[in-house]
Structure formats: structure tokens, C-alpha cells
Design a protein around this ligand. Structure first.
Ligand SMILES: [Zn+2]
Length: 396
């Protein structure tokens, strides 16, 4: 666009194109400033396009026009990966890998020195063991036999007799013998291998690596809006009196993949899990408990009472009541919160197929009188879960 000059401002190059439903115009930055001042662009509902950018980036050109939803999504995904950001990621990844390499080298060195230490110690221990009197006598006898050029049967028998003395002596008085070995040990010990400092560094570095590469992974967003998710995290953090380091989505499955096997494979032996469910009716609800999900049939009390159920749909929180089991673990079932006692049912009970189950809210967990104990969470009488997400909360 070097040689095109603005007709109103001949000193200036043309930089933009503006247009509305009736006219398209080349303009310079001065025109633009005037238009903006007078509010012309807005009044005439003019759109504008930077020419250089439009020539360089086709996606910029296309997004200036009205696009249908599918194309909009396509271009917004395109925009998510700006060139600068991508270069930055390569740089970060490179640094990270170099750092991991350094850590691995230092672990290797640590290992080498630990092993050298062990070998040294073994040598020292051997030297000490050599000093045990019975062993010395044994060795001297064998050596004396070796030194002789010609060994008569008689001489061998003599040695045998002396060996008998040593061996049978040991057998008879093993406590003295053991005492001598212990004395030899005290002088030098075979240390256990120290914990490698590098291993912890490596773990942290790999964690960072995961965070960098997370950029390329499809973003798994919570079913609930970000603000509500943050609200839940704040609540969990306050209850635990600990800051949250990060959350890790460890499970995100739709109806077809929801069953007790997949569920247990994911939650087994994990703690501080936040679960979010969406039921057929569209209701969104969930549960949090700090308790560890051990794979056995058992009921567990949460003495902190930090376990809670929630309904995103109704914006309600249902805290675990003191004295009631928070969690009921059942190997072949889905998640189950609350306590079964005489005629009392669980507050939230999801069967292994994630479809059947029931809710009897307001027993082990709080409920307001206006809330229906059966349908408040599900929006219907059975869970019929169509999506389930599980987040692991990692505290600092
Ligand atoms: Zn101009």
C-alpha cells in the first residue's frame, strides 16, 4: 500500500479500510482519529480492517465479517494459539527439558557416589570381619596347608582335627562367636542409601512440564461456570485451612462410560475429591469430601465435617452434620454420601450404573425445609447421570 495516499491527508499512507452496508473506503490513521473523535464509525456502524494485517492473516480478514457459529468456533480456536505464545512454549519446553537433563545428571552423580560409599563400606566391614579370631584361625590353617609342597594324609588329618576344634567350638558357643561378629560390625556400618535430593527436584520439574504441555491438551472445563467452581474451591480451602496449589481433573465421562469400574479405577486411594454431576434433567450438583476413597465396603465419619453436597442449579450447600457418616464406600456402586441407619436412607446414593439410585437429603447433610429431599439434587427422583467430572484438590 506504499503508493496509495489518503485523498484528505496526502502526507499519509492508507492503512485501513472502513465499510458499512452502503460504502467501502480507504482511510489513513488521521481519518481514523477524526472518525473516532466524531463518533462517525460508531454512528454509521462502520466496521474497519487493518489492511496489512488482513493481507498477512487470512483469519483476521474472515473474522471481520459475520460468521456462523461453527466458523466462529473454528476461528476462536485458531486465535487461541498466537504465534508468539507458541514460540514461547517451545522456549519454555526447551528450558524445561534442559533442566530435567541437568537434574538427571546430578541424580546419576548422587547415585554413583552413594554406590561408591556402599562399596567402600563393604570393604571396611570385610576387613573387620577378617579380624574375628575363629575366622583368622580357619584361614591360617587353610593357608598353612596350601604352603606345604607335599601334603601327607597324616598332615591333612592334623588340620582336620584343628578345624574340628574351631568349627565345633563355634557350634557349641555361638553366643561368643556372634558377639565377635557384632564387635566387627560396630566399627563400620553399611549405611542405607540416602534419599536422593534430585528425585524431588525431578518431580517438581515434571509437574512444570505437565503445566506447560497442558497448553496443547484440550481444555477440560468444569461443568459449572468458572466463578462457581472458584466459589467451591474457596469453600474447600477455608474448610481445610490450607491453600490450594492446583486442581487436577482426573475423571470426565459421559453417560456411556459411567460405571462403577471406571469410577473406582479413578478414585481408588485418592482423597480431597470434588465431584460434579449432571443429571438427565439438566440439574447440576455434586459433592466434596476430604476422605480417602479406599476400595472396600465401609462407612466413614468425617470428623472435620468439611464434607458437603451442593446443588449448582439451586445454589445450595449441604454441610455434613456432626455425628453422621459422611461417606459410604461400596465396591460395586457409585458414589454414596451419608448414612443408612434404621429407617434413614443415604443423602445421595448413586448405583454402579450411575442411572439408578436415590436421594434422601437432610439426614447426614443439612437441608432447608423448603427443599425437597428426593428431587432437590437430581431434579427428578433417580440420578440418571449424563456427565460426571471429578477433580482432585492438591493443597500447598
Ligand atoms: Zn486521511
Amino acid at each position: 500500500m506504499n503508493n496509495i495516499r489518503c485523498k484528505d491527508h496526502p502526507d499519509n499512507q492508507i492503512i485501513f479500510i472502513t465499510w458499512n452496508s452502503t460504502i467501502v473506503k480507504f482511510i489513513c490513521d488521521e481519518c481514523m482519529a477524526i472518525d473516532l473523535q466524531e463518533g462517525d464509525l460508531l454512528q454509521k456502524q462502520c466496521k474497519k480492517m487493518a489492511i496489512k494485517k488482513a493481507i498477512k492473516e487470512p483469519e483476521y480478514f474472515f473474522t471481520q465479517f459475520s460468521l456462523d457459529e461453527k466458523n466462529k468456533t473454528f476461528f476462536s480456536a485458531f486465535k487461541k494459539f498466537p504465534d508468539v505464545e507458541l514460540m514461547n512454549i517451545i522456549e519454555k519446553t526447551k528450558q524445561n527439558i534442559q533442566y530435567i537433563q541437568l537434574i538427571l545428571d546430578s541424580i546419576m552423580k548422587e547415585l554413583q557416589s552413594e554406590i561408591n560409599k556402599l562399596i567402600n563400606n563393604k570393604d571396611i566391614v570385610r576387613k573387620q570381619l577378617n579380624k574375628v579370631s575363629q575366622y583368622q584361625e580357619f584361614k591360617e590353617l587353610i593357608q598353612s596347608l596350601n604352603k606345604k609342597q607335599k601334603v601327607t594324609h597324616d598332615a591333612v588329618r592334623q588340620i582336620e582335627i584343628q578345624l574340628e576344634k574351631i568349627f565345633l567350638g563355634i557350634e557349641k558357643n555361638s553366643s561368643d562367636f556372634n558377639q565377635e561378629i557384632k564387635k566387627a560390625q560396630e566399627i563400620s556400618k553399611i549405611d542405607k542409601v540416602n534419599d536422593f535430593l534430585g528425585i524431588e527436584q525431578l518431580r517438581l520439574q515434571i509437574e512444570q512440564f505437565k503445566q506447560i504441555s497442558a497448553f496443547f491438551m484440550p481444555v477440560q472445563k468444569p461443568i459449572v461456570p468458572e466463578e462457581y467452581f472458584q466459589y467451591l474451591l474457596n469453600k474447600i480451602s477455608l474448610g481445610a485451612k490450607k491453600q490450594i496449589k492446583f486442581t487436577d481433573i482426573i475423571f470426565d465421562q459421559q453417560k456411556d462410560n459411567l460405571n462403577s469400574i471406571n469410577f473406582w479405577n479413578c478414585v481408588k486411594d485418592k482423597e480431597n475429591l470434588l465431584m460434579i454431576f449432571k443429571s438427565q434433567s439438566g440439574n447440576i450438583f455434586g459433592a466434596y469430601t476430604p476422605i480417602k476413597w479406599v476400595y472396600e465396603d465401609t462407612e466413614i465419619m468425617d470428623h472435620s465435617c468439611n464434607s458437603f453436597l451442593f446443588s449448582y442449579t439451586h445454589k445450595s450447600i449441604h454441610q455434613n452434620n456432626k455425628g453422621f457418616h459422611a461417606l459410604n464406600l461400596q465396591k460395586y456402586k457409585g458414589p454414596c454420601f451419608g448414612q443408612k441407619y434404621l429407617s434413614i436412607d443415604f443423602d445421595l446414593y448413586i448405583e454402579g450404573d450411575f442411572q439408578k439410585g436415590y436421594s434422601n437429603l437432610g439426614k447426614a447433610y443439612t437441608k432447608e425445609s423448603s427443599q425437597d429431599s428426593k428431587t432437590h439434587l437430581f431434579g427428578q427422583e433417580t440420578p440418571n447421570i449424563i456427565q460426571c467430572q471429578i477433580f482432585q484438590i492438591i493443597f500447598k
